[in-house]
Ligand binder design. Structure first.
Ligand code: SAM
Length: 277
């Protein structure tokens, strides 16, 4: 395991993922029954952007640092959380990761399980997360955890799958885990983040998931570089399973706002609904 998210924290794709995540959770929390949250690839929760690692790549300059001054109403709740993580806002020194954002939005009767496999990052996660009774930290493999923890005892469940895609068989593992979940937890709400390098390959993997029998799949792709070069990241996508009603309309408005705020060209971004809308 070589991947460390600190080198990429707060980049364009992180911002896109976290804004979508916050909106998705707000909509899921509109319904009162307890919600089980599983973050399969948690990372460390909070990232210091002035660390040696983060400054080495400076990826946050194109992402979270630009968004902090954008003031668009669509980023509202995300801004509030960004402000909470950064005492000196709009100076951004801390990038909140998915576990921290999820914890901030968690209601007392919800549960959050965070899985992280890297031993050092697991220790940092433990240090960065609040010790609340409804948050559990597991030093554990993401896909093994999905098999073991789903379906949850709670009536509803949300799963964030955010792998580093450093292993050649990452997509195969995702397919296998989602195939199992489609059978035993078909009403799960899942959000899978994926990188877009070569679009044909990505589409093939998305189609495999779409054919697993899930009721509803939504895709939101944020693409900021022309896909002619498949050796670099040209954008990223979120594949949303059983997403709340009309989230696609919100995503359709979000994407141009993000391109504008992050000053990135739109090179084919899209929102697509497969199955029931
Ligand atoms: C992209 S980062 C996660 C970022 C985080 N979700 C966020 O948005 O703040 C991926 C993380 O998954 C961890 N990881 C990689 N393979 C894993 C596996 N099989 N199971 C659990 N964690 C894994 C890596 O160590 C890394 O911290």
């Amino acid at each position: 395991m070589n991947y460390r998210h600190i080198y990429h924290a707060g980049n364009l794709c992180d911002v896109f993922k976290h804004i979508v995540l916050v909106q998705l959770l707000e909509r899921l929390h509109e319904k009162a029954p307890p919600l089980f949250h599983l973050d399969t690839h948690a990372g460390i929760g909070l990232y210091a952007l002035d660390s040696v690692e983060a400054t080495k790549t400076s990826e946050a300059s194109d992402g979270i640092k630009k968004i902090a001054t954008a003031q668009h109403p669509m980023f509202g709740r995300y801004f509030t959380l960004l402000r909470r993580a950064n005492a000196l806002f709009p100076a951004i020194n801390i990038c909140p990761g998915s576990p921290w954002l999820m914890a901030q939005l968690l209601r007392p009767h919800d549960k959050l399980v965070l899985c992280e496999k890297h031993p050092d990052d697991f220790l940092l996660l433990k240090k960065n997360m609040p010790a609340w009774p409804n948050i559990q930290l597991h030093h554990r493999d993401a896909y093994e955890a999905m098999g073991a923890l789903l379906p949850p005892h709670e009536p509803r469940g949300f799963v964030l799958i955010d792998p580093p895609f450093e292993q050649a068989d990452e997509w195969q593992k995702i397919h296998a885990a989602l195939q199992k979940s489609a059978k035993k937890f078909s009403h799960a709400v899942c959000a899978l983040w994926y990188p877009i390098k070569d679009r044909t390959t990505t589409q093939r993997h998305v189609e495999t998931i779409a054919n697993m029998g899930w009721k509803k799949i939504m895709l939101a792709e944020f693409i900021y570089a022309p896909p002619q070069r498949s050796d670099r990241l040209n954008g990223c996508g979120m594949l949303l399973i059983n997403a709340p009603w009309q989230l696609d309309q919100w995503l359709t408005a979000l994407i141009p706002a993000l391109h504008q705020a992050l000053q990135q060209p739109n090179c084919g971004s899209l929102v697509e609904v497969m199955g029931e809308s």
